[in-house]
Design a protein around this ligand. Structure first.
Ligand code: F0G
Length: 487
């Protein structure tokens, strides 16, 4: 059967509509609770969408991590799982699949992406090292800093612009990368990290050309390139769509070429292969030996790495499905539809549409809420109240405080509405678009947030906040006025 290059199809009207190229055979019931109950739920959850209970949520757009729909073949594969502490056949099947897709010999399984970051940071970062990268990810940065490293983000001028038509905002600035080696000396650069479909700047990809050049610069300085491949499938899809040279290439060949420019590839399987887990893949036996013992210490034996054998089987199938155009284009197609529909109505969203989710610019949406009152967090809470949709704050709450206790204001304040693969339908997507448009029209009713309980580490996960005044009550009153008894 031939693959569709994209799940977006032209309708009679000329409109491009994303169509679900799969059928739904197992379903899970959802509830859209009345607005007063949603309000109670967000208050109980300290205005932090991480602390909500899924029984109170209608559309869970918090993340695509561990929430992609599994395929029939993935679920079927779990039945052949081979339970064994060591030497499980399930591991060898997964190892073969990862070798095929990533083109690297050695596979170190870990229980999820941040476990790979822990091991890589412990082994390769020493006190005072710098790690240049296209952009940080929250857990990545914490692990690197815990090991004495300093993260240097050397993105291009376009990267943080909300509205743009630059196809590869995830590119690293090559001149600045050369400058890092000149300034710090190659012996103080632990490695260069490239993150596929750069998460925190809106799922924005880098180009193959950029990665190729990064590899040349790193090689000239005897330094490793480490590729975070958690969202590599989507990055490959954008290379195919946006980089002329690759328009006829298969996703599989693009993935192999990308990994060929990296000395080490690590990933969260919760994203890339639609099951729990993660891994590190390398070609060098020397690198393998350096990490092997820590893996056994932190994760488990080399043939399971903290994963269940069922997950390992599903990963083997899932990673191959990531090479399928239909599978990999589904989420970006729906995101593109949402982003373009919202952008057309003037709702500030990151353009061009990227991977992982639709990213709403909270600073543009709520210009009257200062960053010290967390506009992205406030927007996430407001959207939940008026729709039951759970998004994720990716702004100053996800940042940290400086040595004087002041918030380090995030470069961008985003509300991320994730589209896990093959989970949401078009009418659910339309509901999301409709409620966001309504909220934008009534944006002056949304106010800020303040801390009630602020954890010292990764505060966005468990922190509790409250509204700065009674803005949620005013928002609810307006909602009832406009929608009456409707949910
Ligand atoms: N790297 C990237 C680019 C990620 O997006 C994530 C996780 C990780 C590493 C860590 O992997 O969660 O398996 O330990 N991103 C999730 C998200 C949490 O919601 O974007 P993990």
């Amino acid at each position: 059967m031939t693959n569709q290059a994209s799940t977006t199809i032209k309708f009679q009207s000329g409109e491009q509509i994303p169509v679900e190229l799969h059928k739904v055979r197992i379903v899970q019931k959802l509830f859209l609770k009345p607005i007063d109950e949603r309000m109670e739920a967000i208050e109980k959850g300290g205005y932090n969408t991480f602390l909500l209970n899924t029984k109170d949520i209608f559309l869970d757009m918090l993340t695509d991590s561990g929430t992609n729909a599994m395929s029939d073949n993935q679920v079927a594969s779990m039945l052949q799982a081979d339970d064994a502490y060591a030497g499980s056949q399930s591991f060898y099947r997964m190892e073969k699949a990862l070798r095929d897709v990533f083109g690297k010999q050695y596979v170190l399984p870990v229980h999820q992406g941040r476990a790979a970051e822990n091991i890589i940071s412990q082994v390769f970062i020493k006190e005072g090292d710098v790690i240049p990268m296209n952009y940080h990810f929250t857990t990545t940065k914490e692990h690197m800093e815990l090991n004495g490293g300093k993260v240097l983000e050397i993105y291009t001028d376009e990267a943080l612009k909300i509205k743009s038509d630059v196809p590869f905002k995830g590119n690293i600035d090559l001149d600045k990368l050369k400058g890092v080696f000149e300034e710090y000396g190659k012996e103080h650069v632990a490695f260069v990290r490239m993150e596929a479909s750069t998460n925190l700047i809106g799922g924005q990809p880098f180009s193959m050309r950029n990665l190729r050049e990064v590899k040349k610069i790193a090689d000239a300085n005897d330094t490793m390139v480490v590729l975070d491949a958690s969202l590599i499938g989507e990055n490959a899809y954008f290379i195919k769509k946006r980089e002329e040279e690759y328009k006829n290439a298969s996703i599989k060949d693009i993935l192999l070429e990308m990994c060929g420019y990296a000395d080490m590839v690590y990933f969260s399987s919760r994203k890339v292969s639609s099951t729990r887990g993660g891994g590190i893949v390398i070609d060098s036996h020397d690198l393998f030996l350096k990490m092997r013992d820590l893996l056994v210490l932190f994760e488990g034996f080399l043939t399971y790495g903290g994963m269940s054998v069922r997950e390992i089987e599903a990963m083997a199938v899932g990673i191959n499905e990531t090479c399928d155009d239909t599978v990999i284009s589904q989420s970006p197609s729906f995101i593109e539809y949402a982003v373009n529909s919202l952008d057309a109505e003037g709702v500030p969203v990151i353009t061009p549409a990227g991977a992982l989710g639709c990213h709403v610019d909270a600073k543009g949406f709520l210009p009257h809420v200062p960053q010290t009152e967390y506009p992205a967090g406030a927007l996430a809470a407001a959207l939940f109240i008026i729709s039951g949709i759970r998004g994720m704050e990716r702004g100053t709450i996800s940042s940290v405080r400086d040595e004087n206790g002041e918030d380090i204001l995030a470069d961008v304040e985003l509300l991320r509405l994730a589209f896990p693969r093959r989970v949401f339908t078009l009418s659910q997507t339309m509901f999301m678009i409709d409620r966001l448009k309504w909220l934008y029209k009534n944006r002056e009713l949304v106010g800020g947030l303040k801390w009630v309980e602020e954890p010292a580490l990764l505060r966005f996960f468990m922190g509790r906040l409250t509204s700065t005044n009674d803005w949620p009550q005013k928002l609810i009153a307006k909602f009832k006025e406009d929608f009456g008894d409707s949910l």
